[in-house]
Write a protein that binds this ligand. Structure first.
Ligand code: ZN
Length: 65
């Protein structure tokens, strides 16, 4: 199964949500939060994908701490 970026048709790595160029457009604090693997991790990813679906630019995406 080919893993694709949540924000574009490019491939992404296992355990990642976005391809490298999309990831690089997130703010550092959003990157840090998305890198955390805790009880809220799934909620953050859902929030990320919801924002991308509603057209929020990558640089303006924010997720819960
Ligand atoms: Zn991408």
């Amino acid at each position: 199964m080919k893993l694709t970026c949540l924000a574009c048709p490019a491939a992404r790595g296992v355990g990642q949500y976005l391809c490298r160029s999309c990831w690089a457009q997130l703010t550092p604090s959003t990157q840090r939060r998305l890198n955390k693997r805790d009880a809220k991790a799934f909620e953050r990813v859902r929030s990320l994908s919801r924002q991308l679906q509603s057209g929020v630019p990558l640089a303006e995406v924010s997720v819960a701490a």
